[in-house]
Every structure is written in structure tokens, then in C-alpha cells.
Write a protein that binds this ligand. Structure first.
Ligand code: XBP
Ligand code: MG
Length: 249
């Protein structure tokens, strides 16, 4: 991995990293879309854990239909269900059902004060990202980010590195001037293939993933009064992930 001479940008994954969105956000929204469409499909938390191996909601529905419901519905239904799901997800997030993980708002504010660029490299839909940021950080918070790359910004979703290459190009920065933040093995595969040092904060769904390529693994980004558990790689000092620690690394 290249080392940074001067840190200039932080690039964040969204789902699982900024917030634990999957179980109470995306999964619930998929099920609401199924019900609204008169389907008796129900993704319970265990099944959803398996389905998370398919990145992207449209792709996840299409894969589920082919694997679990062959011949039950036309393939074109996947896009329609996904549009409904996006509306439900934005509604849930707007109603305050999904909150940022510990340390996220603190690190974003520190980075802004330090003059670092912020960017998003996600697999989810653009509207979902704006809804999450606005609901948790205030209206207009999406403008804190110089680049927001969503699932459909690139041809290949994570674990392909495309979204990170896209963000680096849009920022005009080399990988060594950035840190990425991810929660999953699939996300880490994408960021590390783009050569970006990555801090991983796993969730319950991703705790068993392979994080061997991570620069640092901690249970969350942490706060002075809510220190994360150290899980691997470099240990942040004095205990939480701060801009001064990222610069020192
Ligand atoms: C997150 C995803 C997303 C969401 C659903 O991956 O896979 O697909 O689960 O979002 P990552 P959409 O955290 O690596 O970006 O339904 O909007 O696709
Ligand atoms: Mg993620």
C-alpha cells in the first residue's frame, strides 16, 4: 500500500459504515416493497445476511428471484420493486429510524475543520445517501462531500474497485493521499484493489469477513468517551480514530 505524504481526503462507504443501515433500513424497505406489490416474499435477518453477498439492491432482488422464486415473476419486476424499496428506505431514514454509528459525525466535523476533502464511495442509490446525510447531519449536509459516487455511477459495483477509481479521479488525488472507511470484506476488496489504506468498522453482518488487507480494524470509529474495541491492524492512539491519528499514519 502506498503511504501518504500528506493526507488530503477521507472516502466513506455508506451502508454499514456511516450507519448500520441494512437490517432496520434496507431489509425492512425491501419487505415493505414486496408486501405493497402483493408478494408474500419476506427476507428475515438470516436470509438477508446471505443475500448481502450480492451488492446492489436491484441485483439482490434479481438474484433472489432467480434462486428462490424461479418462474414466479417476470425479471423486469426487479427494477419496479427496487424503485418502491428506495421510496420506503428514504421514508424510514427520514423518520429517524437509522442513526449514524459512533464517531462518524465527530470524524466528519474534524475533517471539515482540518480542511480535508470528504467523499462517498457507495453501492447504494444516490437518493438513499442524501436522505441519510440530511436526516442525521442536517439539511444540505450532502454538500459537505466533494464527490458522492453511488451504485449506478460506475459499471461494476463492489467488490470491483470501479467506484473508488471513480472517486479518486473526481477528487484528482492519488490513493496515497486518502483513507477509505468500510465495514465489509466486499467493500475492503474494492478499496484495497484501488490501493487506498482502509479503516474497517465491521457490523454484525460483516464481523466474520476477511479483513486481512485492512490498515486498521476497530469496532467503530469511537469517541473520547466511547472508545472502540481494537480488532486488528494498526491500533488508533489514544483509542479512537481521529484526523490527527490518520495524519500520523
Ligand atoms: C451496500 C449495498 C447496498 C444496499 C442496498 O453495499 O449492497 O446495495 O444494501 O442499496 P456497500 P440499494 O456498503 O458496500 O456500498 O438498494 O440502493 O442498491
Ligand atoms: Mg458497506
Amino acid at each position: 500500500m502506498p503511504s501518504s505524504t500528506s493526507l488530503q481526503a477521507l472516502i466513506f462507504d455508506v451502508d454499514g459504515t456511516l450507519a448500520d443501515t441494512e437490517n432496520e433500513g434496507h431489509r425492512v424497505a425491501f419487505n415493505l416493497a414486496f408486501r405493497e406489490s402483493g408478494l408474500d416474499w419476506d427476507w428475515d435477518p438470516d436470509l438477508y445476511g446471505k443475500l448481502l453477498q450480492v451488492t446492489g439492491g436491484k441485483e439482490r432482488i434479481a438474484w433472489y428471484m432467480a434462486r428462490y422464486r424461479p418462474g414466479e415473476a417476470p425479471a423486469a419486476l426487479a427494477a419496479q420493486l427496487h424503485a418502491l424499496k428506495t421510496a420506503h428506505y428514504c421514508g424510514l431514514v427520514g423518520a429517524g429510524k437509522v442513526r449514524l454509528r459512533p464517531g462518524v459525525a465527530r470524524l466528519l466535523c474534524e475533517a471539515r475543520e482540518a480542511g480535508l476533502a470528504l467523499a462517498i464511495a457507495s453501492t447504494t442509490t444516490h437518493a438513499n445517501i442524501v436522505a441519510l446525510l440530511n436526516a442525521n447531519l442536517g439539511r444540505g449536509a450532502s454538500r459537505w462531500f466533494k464527490v458522492i459516487a453511488a451504485g449506478d455511477s460506475v459499471p461494476h459495483k463492489k467488490p470491483a474497485p470501479d467506484v473508488y477509481h471513480h472517486v479518486l479521479h473526481a477528487l484528482g488525488l492519488p490513493a496515497g493521499a486518502c483513507f477509505a472507511f468500510e465495514d465489509s470484506g466486499l467493500g475492503l476488496a474494492a478499496s484495497s484493489a484501488a490501493g487506498i489504506r482502509t479503516v474497517v468498522t465491521p457490523t454484525a453482518y460483516t464481523a466474520g469477513d476477511d479483513f486481512a488487507r485492512a490498515f486498521s480494524v476497530v469496532s467503530h470509529l469511537g469517541e473520547p468517551r466511547n472508545r472502540p474495541r481494537y480488532l486488528g491492524g494498526r491500533a488508533p492512539q489514544p483509542g479512537w480514530v481521529s484526523v490527527s491519528q490518520l495524519r500520523a499514519w
